[in-house]
Design a protein around this ligand. Structure first.
Ligand SMILES: Nc1nc2c(c(=O)[nH]1)N[C@H]1C(S)=C(S)[C@@H](COP(=O)(O)OP(=O)(O)OC[C@H]3O[C@@H](n4cnc5c(=O)[nH]c(N)nc54)[C@H](O)[C@@H]3O)O[C@H]1N2
Ligand SMILES: Nc1nc2c(c(=O)[nH]1)N[C@H]1C(S)=C(S)[C@@H](COP(=O)(O)OP(=O)(O)OC[C@H]3O[C@@H](n4cnc5c(=O)[nH]c(N)nc54)[C@H](O)[C@@H]3O)O[C@H]1N2
Ligand code: SF4
Ligand SMILES: [Mo]
Length: 746
């Protein structure tokens, strides 16, 4: 058979690179970056290049597994669903819908099936106990965006291709390939900023790969970004150049921010942050003087004690320097499909309403319909009669990714029943009673509904599957709808196609009825008919695209986007650079940017108390990412894990000397949650007083089926993180800045 070329978007991380696959005899023989991709222009990283290895991994689960006395047994789909039907509905009947907890992991956000059908299942489940990886990640940014702009994904994105000054805090896009910023090839884009005479500044407790590419790097004490950013804002107000420019008339609370910033002078924060007052003034003045500048903060500014405040202050600085919603500043993407800030009208909404319900034990509020995963273990082990008795995990590995893994693992083991939709038997799914396999990324279609809302250009790109489906592994939307059938009382053999027709009809109804809908007045029946023979996520996507801001509105807008049109453009469609969107992007009740939202302003008191905190000589733990890793789950690909061990504890030579630690030798790291043993790496790249350990490791627990990963086990840093440390406004876990002790292993 001659070989053929296929093009598909990589679903592994937020960069959404277009890849070119050479396919021969039903197998991928070569993977390259797609030079013609409208966004990535040929960029690829080692993970994307390993998609065929991931697909071929013999440990990848390809058949349902049901737990028996001696461990997991392969089962047919009918057997697996029959088992779920036998055990789950009676449990919900007896204890109520909230007896089921759900955890949705990161790959679900990159999965065309689960992003569109996950919400159908969650609604059908009717439980309030919904947890996701968002509360060990970006929830603080969503909360600040919700309060300031009205929706969770109204996140300003640095316009990196046009900016002259980029201030990066707590992000290492050269390793992570970017987050809340879909921008493949950040190395190239940072170099371009410098080549056009611009400046890149990185603030990070570690001299990261991104810092190496920058003009300037500043160490910062973990968890103190809000202090630094406030002090920069203070400089702008004190020197009289806080000026939102065009936005002035679209914004409330400028004076309030000035008042809140008053006490946070550069001198006041210098000790706490570890950055001198003179340096802070210079950083502020240079940011203000740049013709076009953007401030960008990511995981290091979110998964910390003041995550929401830091996330908010990033956009406060963007606003008061006149860079919010301006070319070369921080701008709002206008995604082609499925985003709440691209339909409807400004000022017509209720805005963000947090805290509609709360967890049972600590009464932590929900945010955007989910509860903090830091509370999951206690909701299982300490909520008594009201507690969670069963779990459903979808594409998530909370046993490794959530705080205090030791406690969470014990809680998972104590459940009455657990189902996992996943592709491996790992630290989490080993606790399940039934594992339902998901699909390989190469064997499913793809459209990145979520991440195109966060891209540095407006793009749309649909991919067909590269390879034929695995025999016996259905698309995940079918599995999700079959589960929906069970929890809605239709039994284990519900008519998936009929449920899907219902879902699609509902989606049409919603689109037509939405305020400001572009389909207002259209004939729903005709639209349903026109969506024609498609089913599953394709039918929903076609609807969302056609009803979206670039859509053909079912014939009303000639030349507009349709799925058919995207199918003919395998390299994607470029819909242009970001454009100013204020005020129409806003969904706050006032229709304005709320620069000093009341709940956020109220949290400033807590930050003030941090000003006087003395450094007590203890070490604090932070995380890091490596280019060849992906959270907890790609360590079973030999190509990615070979070479020097990446799960090490990086410490500064001063600390190593003081604590008696030696490079290459094991150390014991402990916190109030637990302890791990890990190899020490002595390096000046990490700030004194700080230890950097990547998360996602520790593949040495019994009962997992990860042959390669077990050989490169590493240690699970979340045995050290603490469920009691959260950012109160978002409920997000504090994963950076955790007090720990280090000692050599005798
Ligand atoms: N200490 C510390 N902890 C952290 C972080 C940190 O920086 N430091 N980072 C946090 C962040 S940002 C995140 S996003 C979370 C991630 O947390 P999780 O989402 O819980 O963990 P992942 O490691 O992404 O695990 C993904 C799971 O999905 C499965 N999977 C992969 N592909 C598919 C698929 O196509 N279908 C299905 N059904 N399953 C699939 C994998 O086998 C794995 O079990 O970790 C968080 N935890
Ligand atoms: N290769 C790879 N790529 C990934 C992932 C992966 O696991 N591996 N995970 C994906 C996911 S789920 C996400 S959310 C993104 C995350 O993407 P990024 O946010 O870019 O994540 P990191 O690379 O962990 O970079 C975080 C940086 O914050 C620093 N930091 C820690 N604490 C603080 C602090 O208090 N203040 C400041 N200023 N900095 C601090 C750390 O030293 C680190 O350099 O990456 C995604 N891409
Ligand atoms: S950067 Fe991300 S999207 Fe691009 S190839 Fe690598 S893993 Fe895939
Ligand atoms: Mo993440």
């Amino acid at each position: 058979m001659p070989s053929s070329l296929k093009y598909a978007t990589c679903p592994l991380c937020e960069a959404t690179c277009g890849l070119e696959f050479t396919v021969q005899d039903g197998a991928v023989t070569r993977i390259r970056g797609d030079a013609d991709d409208v966004l990535s222009h040929g960029f690829i990283c080692p993970k994307g290049a390993s998609l065929a290895d991931l697909d071929a991994d013999p440990d990848r689960v390809r058949t349902p597994l049901v737990k028996a006395a001696g461990g997991f047994e392969p089962a047919t789909w009918d057997e697996a669903f029959a088992e779920i039907d036998r055990r789950l509905p009676p449990l919900l009947e007896r204890h109520g819908r909230d007896a089921l907890g759900v955890y949705v992991g990161n790959p679900a956000a990159h999965n065309f099936s689960s992003i569109l059908y996950g919400r159908v299942l969650l609604k059908a489940l009717g439980t309030r106990n919904i947890f996701t990886a968002s509360t060990v990640d970006q929830m603080p940014k969503q909360v600040s965006a919700g309060h300031m702009f009205g929706t969770a994904l109204s996140v300003p994105i640095p316009d990196v291709d046009r900016t002259d000054h980029l201030l990066i805090l707590g992000a290492n896009p050269l390793a992570s390939n970017g987050s809340l910023m879909t921008a493949p090839d950040m190395r190239g884009r940072l170099r371009a900023i410098r080549a056009r005479g611009g400046k890149v500044v990185v603030v990070d407790p570690r001299f990261s790969r991104t810092a190496q590419e920058a003009d300037e790097h500043h160490f910062i004490r973990p968890g103190t970004d809000a202090l630094l950013l406030f002090a920069m804002a203070n400089v702008f107000f004190a020197e009289g150049f806080a000026d939102p420019g065009r936005l002035t008339e679209h914004l409330n609370g400028l004076d309030d921010v000035g008042a809140l910033a008053r006490d946070f002078t550069p001198e006041a924060v210098a000790d706490a942050t570890g950055i001198g007052a003179g340096e802070i003034r210079r950083l502020a003045r240079e940011l203000g003087a740049a013709r076009r500048a953007a401030v960008y903060g990511r995981i290091g500014t979110c998964t910390q004690e003041f995550g929401t405040l830091a996330s908010w202050l990033v956009d406060v600085l963007n606003a008061i320097t006149g860079n919010l919603d301006r070319e070369g500043g921080a701008m709002f993407t206008r995604a082609a499909a499925g985003q709440s800030n691209s339909s409807g009208t400004a000022g017509s909404d209720r805005g963000y309403q947090p805290g509609r319900w709360a967890t049972r034990v600590r009464e932590l509020p929900e945010a955007f319909g989910e509860l903090p995963v830091a509370a999951l273990a206690e909701e299982i082990d300490s909520a008594g009669e009201d507690g969670i008795r069963a779990m459903l995990t979808m594409a998530g590995n909370p046993a490794v990714s959530a705080p205090n893994s030791g406690r969470l693992e014990a809680a998972l083991e104590s459940l009455d029943f657990m189902v996992s939709l996943d592709v491996y038997v790992n630290e989490t799914t080993r606790h399940a009673d039934v594992i339902l396999p998901g699909t390989s990324p190469l064997r499913r279609s793809h459209y990145d509904v979520a991440l195109y809302q966060l891209a540095i250009r407006n793009v749309a790109n649909y991919s067909e599957p590269v390879l034929e489906p695995d025999p016996g592994v259905p698309d995940e939307w079918r599995t999700i709808l079959r589960l929906t059938g069970i929890v809605t009382g239709q039994g284990p053999d519900a008519d998936v196609e009929a449920i899907d027709d219902f879902v699609a009809a509902e989606a049409v109804r919603r689109e037509l009825g939405a305020p400001g809908s572009r389909l207002q007045g259209a004939d729903g029946e005709a639209i349903a008919a026109e969506l024609g023979d498609r089913q599953g996520p394709e039918r929903l996507l076609d609807l969302l695209l056609r009803a979206g801001p670039y859509g053909d509105r079912f014939g009303e807008a000639t030349g507009g986007l349709t799925l058919r049109g995207l199918e003919d453009r395998p390299h994607g469609v470029d819909l242009g650079p970001l454009e100013p969107r204020i005020p129409d992007v806003l969904r706050t009740p006032s229709g304005k940017v709320e620069l000093a939202p009341e709940p956020i302003a109220a949290d400033v008191e807590r930050l003030r108390a941090a000003l006087d905190r003395e450094s007590n000589g203890h070490m604090v733990l932070i995380g890091r990412r490596h280019l060849r890793s992906n959270n907890s789950w790609m360590h079973n690909v030999e190509k990615l894990v070979k070479g020097p061990a990446r799960c090490t504890a990086q410490v500064h030579p001063d600390d190593a000397g003081r604590l008696g630690l030696s490079d290459g030798e094991p150390a014991r790291v402990t916190s109030s949650s637990g302890g791990i043993e890990i190899t020490v790496e002595v390096t000046e790249d990490v700030m004194p007083g700080v230890v950097s350990i990547p998360h996602g490791w520790g593949h040495d627990v019994p009962g997992i089926e990860l042959g390669v990963a077990s050989e490169h086990a590493g240690a699970n840093s979340n045995r050290l993180s603490r469920e009691d440390l959260i950012d109160p406004l978002s409920g997000n876990a504090v994963l950076n800045g955790i007090p720990v002790e280090l000692a050599p292993v005798a």
